[in-house]
Design a protein around this ligand. Structure first.
Ligand SMILES: Cc1ncc(C[n+]2csc(CCOP(=O)(O)OP(=O)(O)O)c2C)c(N)n1
Length: 468
């Protein structure tokens, strides 16, 4: 097949390559020394500050407070609290907590990054040798890895995850790690999204409420990780003692903003676009009846905002707000039963890697209208930018896609290449895989969908019902 484009840098058929805050500012109500209520915070500024830190709608960039500023502001409020120490808001330093873990003999780390743990995960990534830190494909794999580590060393590893990943660990926890089966001690460090009483997205609210119950039904003892160093050390002591005696997992639930910021060094940009730039080119290249399934994380939020900016409705897009790694299977289910429509799944590298078995299922399915677009930014950008294997020189999504049975695979980087590749995908028999490598990073002022998941599903089903 001759392609009149420098745009698609690689295209293969099956056999041969063709080409191609809640820092609510509420604590500052007392001055140092004599208590003067005249200094109490103006309630209006409190409201502004609250909106700045947490609005679920779209934010203006000027309204966004960076974490360092938040910490500095909070330190100032803490000073204002004076002798009212009960009003002080504490933070754990990732470094101190890391050192405390090591002192308790827990110096092997594995897991899937989480936004609430991002500063801790960033510190682990920065200081731990590769042999003692593995960012795993999914959370269940981390539990299994920690089990292997324990059997080889007799020690307990640290498994970190977001509570969204609890479902992924239930099987290896219950059939491998718990005291009544193989009895494997490990420390689970779980970011508690959707903690009751905190504002969060619908899927996190449900998971957050269920989190203690899930742990309890699995028989995993847990406590909330304190936000001050002495408390955290005490919790680690309890965890270690528990793991020594019961020889099973112990869990620390990590609340929002428990850690002060720690940032990984920014890597140089290698590609013409970032995820959002690539997504916008994709959306601009789609046709009216095309169906989109967006992956978990920032991508679906960017998609939602771009539809607003373009004056489109949202009915063409299914936003996979949770269910990380399952967008492609959702799209496959649609493609099988909507053969006249072109189904585009827009995926992320972390998500594809998390449930990479989906590539085998898709590759072996004979679904000509399934079009898979993978935006590979080499990291879990939505939760702090910790690396995936997506950019490794010895790893290749397109080769995997080919080996799984995708009819064609393509690569594109430049905007014109992406447009041309999507046009080409439309004419090719699926399943087709297009990889777009991008820079990491996104906007800080990204809003969240203002349509609920149920509204999204209803609109989307109406759109799917159009049968021509
Ligand atoms: C089962 C599960 N584990 C972890 C998360 C937290 N999480 C949300 S988005 C994301 C990263 C997704 O990475 P990728 O697919 O590469 O997309 P990017 O954020 O880089 O655009 C993670 C780990 C989750 N939502 N669900």
């Amino acid at each position: 097949m001759a392609l009149n484009c420098s745009l698609v840098s690689a295209l293969f058929t099956r056999s041969k390559p063709l080409l191609i805050t809640e820092i609510v500012s509420g604590v500052r109500c007392l001055t140092l020394g004599s208590v003067k209520f005249s200094d109490a915070v103006n309630p209006e500024s409190q409201v502004v500050s609250r909106v700045r830190s947490l609005s679920l709608g779209s934010l203006k960039s000027s309204d966004v407070v960076n974490p360092e500023t938040q910490v500095a502001e909070q330190k100032a409020r803490n000073e204002d609290a004076g002798q009212f120490t009960e009003l002080v808001r504490d933070f754990l330093n990732p470094k101190d907590f890391y050192n405390a873990l090591c002192m308790h003999g827990m110096d092997y780390f594995c897991g899937v990054p989480d936004s609430l743990l991002k500063d801790f995960c960033a510190y682990v990534t920065a200081v731990t040798p590769k042999s003692r830190h593995v960012i795993t494909s999914n959370e269940g794999q981390a539990v299994a890895l920690a089990a292997g580590y324990h059997m080889a060393t007799g020690k307990a590893g640290v498994v970190y995850l977001q509570n969204s990943g609890l479902g992924n660990i239930v099987n290896p926890l219950m059939s491998l790690a718990v005291p009544n089966v193989y009895s494997i001690p490990m420390l689970l460090l779980v970011g508690w999204r959707g903690e009751p009483g905190k504002r969060d997205e619908p899927q996190h609210m449900i998971q957050g409420q269920a989190t203690p119950g899930i742990l309890a039904s699995c028989g995993i003892p847990f406590q909330v990780l304190p936000d001050y160093q002495e408390g955290a050390e005490q919790a680690l002591y309890v965890a270690r003692k528990h793991m020594e005696t019961s020889k099973g997992p112990y869990c620390l639930l990590v609340r929002r903003q428990n850690f002060i910021p720690y940032k990984l060094e920014k890597e140089p940009d290698l590609y013409p676009l970032n995820r959002e730039g690539a997504l916008q080119v994709i959306v601009d290249s789609l046709k009216d009846r095309d169906v989109v399934v967006g992956t978990t994380g920032m991508l679906s939020r960017e998609l939602f905002e771009y539809r607003v900016a373009k004056g489109h409705g949202h009915e063409k897009d299914f936003l996979t707000v949770g269910s990380m790694g399952h967008a492609s299977a959702i799209a496959l289910g649609i493609a099988q039963f909507k053969p006249k429509r072109q189904i585009f799944c827009i995926d992320g590298d972390g998500a594809v890697i998390m449930h990479m078995g989906a590539l085998a299922t898709i590759g072996q399915s004979e679904v000509p209208n399934f079009k898979h677009i993978l935006i590979n930014n080499g990291c879990h950008d939505s939760v702090g930018g910790q690396p995936t294997v997506g950019f490794s020189h010895t790893f290749d999504f397109l080769e995997i896609g080919k080996a799984c049975g995708y009819r064609s695979v393509l690569a594109a980087e430049q905007p014109e290449e992406i447009t041309e590749a999507i046009e080409l995908m439309r004419s090719l028999e699926g399943p087709v895989l297009l990889e777009i490598k991008t820079n990491k990073g996104g906007r800080k002022d990204l809003g969240r969908p203002t349509r609920s998941p149920i509204q999204n599903k209803k609109d989307f089903m109406h759109f799917l019902a159009i049968d021509h």
